[in-house]
Design a protein around this ligand. Structure first.
Ligand code: AMP
Ligand code: ZN
Length: 442
């Protein structure tokens, strides 16, 4: 009987310490996370040196817990490879995870697989929707530190169509939440992230929900013909409403305060979604009308099924969109994106896929899953050239113990080939009807 492959994944790029174990069939044996959210909320934002200390204090405990919960017998016998986030992220946080993973790899002579954090987010929904999502698909990463629109051609081949020119959507939501003092509303807001608080408030008031701001006036990047984003401009909206919210705080009328906050949050989400939808719409047009023709030959060469068992899409079909990253936990955003994806394409089968809420934020599972894809590919390539190589294969899977010390962290790192200039050159104009009305019921 052949032995089942198990990959251990370690994530520590920001403020979550995550360790998970997955088997070759994508079965999750364990997924343990220690979150630092509470401590950083109290500090008013992430403090990198403190994040490092918390990772250091927790990583061994979380790893031992993940191993215990997996019911495997020993790392030496049962774990085949160790995957770890090496890029991008906070320097001190990344270092803790890499050092821990490297120590394990050396101690037990296991291959080490360096993982790109954003690629791992992008591929997370494939684990649970393997039969529905087909390459190529569009990826929209919305998080506290990033906003990236990319095209996933394969699990390790991404093209970047757009990214934020200033700040990320999660960062903006957190700023709004801090300035409007949402934590001071008490439970449950005092232990929710800024984005989660805004989502919760945004669905409280049914009537006249979107009375603030204006999708024609307050949405940045309306006239630029590319797929880049900008969220810093929304801060003007914050300045516009903050004084009246301050007065309501002082007046102590909780009911009015909650009602107005609810309107502000719903309205903010709407103007954010309006921008996100426009950029995504243009990206879908670019893919359908430009990119696939330029890349037709390479599609044809790739046969109809690759060795990982993912069927490749025919070039004339619609494209799915994966939404991932912490902000993808927001149902209003994901529902709106799903409406857009369907309304601008021909068939009803294309849609938007987001991981379940708990897997939107950082976790070890996405690293283990990405590690498994790379390890299986590595094994398939090794067997196709005769023998399993003893040396590392490129930067994907490092088997040679003497090369482990050469693996380095990268604080910033693009997740793929930058083709934003091509998108800009195509300069697609958006028709009016393609942006649906985002007055979604919750
Ligand atoms: P990440 O950077 O991927 O770890 O995600 C963290 C970001 O996601 C923070 O900025 C949070 O405010 C944001 N976030 C978490 N939950 C939600 C939600 N339900 N809606 C919008 N943003 C959220
Ligand atoms: Zn993340």
């Amino acid at each position: 009987m052949t032995k089942t492959i198990h990959v251990l994944g370690i994530e520590s790029s920001c403020d979550d310490t995550g360790v998970s174990i997955i088997n070759q069939d994508g079965k999750i044996l364990s997924n343990c996370v220690h979150s630092q959210l509470k401590q950083h909320l109290e500090m008013g934002g992430i403090v990198p040196v403190m994040a490092r200390e918390y990772h250091l204090a927790n990583i061994d405990r979380v790893a031992r817990q993940a191993f215990r919960e997996s019911n495997l017998n020993s790392v030496a016998k049962d774990i085949d490879a160790i995957a770890v986030t090496t890029r991008p992220g906070l320097k001190f946080s990344l270092q803790i995870g890499l050092n821990y993973a490297r120590t394990l790899a050396k101690k037990y002579s296991k291959p080490l697989i360096p993982i790109h954090h954003m690629q791992a987010h992008a591929l997370m929904p494939l684990l649970t929707n393997r039969s529905s999502i087909k390459f190529p698909f569009m990826v929209l990463l919305l998080s506290g530190g990033h906003c990236i629109l990319s095209l996933a051609k394969r699990y390790n081949d991404f093209h970047i169509l757009g990214e934020t020119r200033d700040e990320a959507p999660g960062d903006l939501l957190d700023k709004f939440a801090r300035r409007l003092r949402l934590r001071n509303l008490g439970p449950p807001f005092d232990h929710l992230s800024g984005g989660a608080s805004i989502e919760l408030l945004g669905k409280m008031e049914a009537a006249d929900r979107f009375k603030y701001f204006n999708t024609g006036k307050h949405v940045p990047m309306l006239t630029t013909g590319d797929c880049d984003f900008s969220f810093a401009g929304y801060r003007d909206c914050l300045e516009q409403v903050a004084p009246s919210i301050d007065s309501l705080w002082s007046a102590g009328d909780r009911e009015r305060l909650l009602s107005e906050l609810s309107h502000v949050c719903a309205s903010l989400q709407r103007i954010m979604l309006s921008q996100i939808a426009r950029r995504l719409h243009r990206a879908i047009m670019f893919y359908r009308m430009c990119w696939r023709y330029q890349n037709e030959d390479s599609f044809k060469q790739e046969a109809s099924e690759d060795h990982l068992g993912f069927p490749l899409r025919g070039i004339d079909e619609d494209i799915d969109v994966v939404v991932s990253g912490g902000v993808a936990a927001n149902k209003y955003f994901v529902d709106g994106i799903n409406m857009l994806v369907k309304s601008v394409q021909d068939s009803d089968s294309a849609g938007a896929f987001a991981p379940t809420k708990s897997l939107c934020s950082d976790n070890g599972l996405m690293i283990a899953w990405n590690g498994l894809l790379r390890y299986q590919d590595f094994m398939a390539m090794s067997s196709s050239i005769g023998a399993r190589p003893k040396l590392g294969y490129g930067y994907d899977v490092v088997c040679d113990v003497t090369k482990l010390d050469q693996i380095e962290i990268e604080v910033s790192s693009r997740m793929g080939k930058d083709i934003r200039d091509e998108v800009k050159l195509a300069n697609f104009k958006l028709g009016k009807l393609a942006i649906p009305e985002f007055k979604l019921a919750h």
